[in-house]
Design a protein around this ligand. Sequence first.
Ligand code: 3PG
Length: 216
Amino acid sequence: MTDWFERLKQTGVIPVVTLDSAADAPFLASALMGGGLAAAEITFRSDAAAESIFRIRESEAELFVGAGTVLSPETLRDAVSAGAQFIVAPGFNPKVAEAALDTGIPYLPGVMTPTEIEAAMSMGFSALKFFPAEAAGGCAILKALSAPYRSVRFMPTGGITLDNLGDYLSLPSVFCCGGSFIADKARIAAGDFDGIRETARKTSELVRKIRGGIHV
Ligand code: 3PG
């Protein structure tokens, strides 16, 4: 598999983060790295997304930073210009997929149904965000979907917490999970980067424990 896939897999859990102020970006990046999570998805749900990605690339070169909630080719291009290293979306949009193929940036489209999985596969995408994971049926539906789509690897996101993370990461079809629980809006607003570092630490420890130090 590719380098980007390995980086996400090794990190195990990708913090999904919305920053309202790009000034917080270096603190966030430092807290995540300090807690042992070397990747993040910065969502385009705020005007500060592109500048946040840019600042993270400047301040924490080791952090693998992607853009989330990428709903249009224009947003994808903004994300790439800012330095995003991968693209995530809640759904599968062929126009965004084309733009990702044009620029060559890794794209993890969101899927929830067999039809969406096949649409993504038909354009060459096999690492897919499964969203919204818990609301869609959690591990049970992922197990069912993995039977016919054996080559697909999922990043379940939506409702993931420290309590259910182990169940998801134990599934062979799951290469990593995404979640906002590590750096939630309330703690970012409060400037609680120590708290974010602590949750990142607990999360990365759990990933190591579940995987027994062996990369599957
Ligand atoms: C996402 O954008 O991927 C989700 O909003 C994250 O879901 P969560 O907040 O339940 O982790």
